[in-house]
Design a protein around this ligand. Sequence first.
Ligand SMILES: [Ca+2]
Ligand SMILES: [Ca+2]
Length: 160
Amino acid sequence: MAMTRSVLRFGLILVFFVLQRGVFGHVICPGCLAPFVQLGGRCYFFSYMQKSWSHAQAYCRSKSSHLARITSQHENNMIVSYVRTYFPADFNWWLGGNDMAQEGRWVWVDTNKVMTYTNWNPEEPNNIKGIEHCLELRSDYTHKWNDAPCGKAKSFICEK
Ligand SMILES: [Ca+2]
Ligand SMILES: [Ca+2]
């Protein structure tokens, strides 16, 4: 009986080890669970639902994520290419950037880091009527970035 138990225990430890390390000695990457999709090393959710920027961020948070922080040309290219491939041409998307705290100081959501990489459309951000404080990936600006009024309902991209 004691023998059986120790064999069982050994078996469990072995299974745990194999799951941890994977058959080729790498830690198994769980990938992205639907509806998140994997692009590069990250998981993204592209929403058909339209929400204000704050409600979009709250939604992302409820899915253990945040509105997307695009921090390189490479990441921007992957996302733009994905939305061009899989979504109607006129979709606009909230991203996780804003200048709510200080006009013209664009930071990423959660980290509060000032953007280093940006992909603004020419003339943007223009803060029209003094009310454009949220970051949008805009289809009719060839998917370059625009500042838009945060209360507008748009599709959005979560990242984790
Ligand atoms: Ca602004
Ligand atoms: Ca604008």
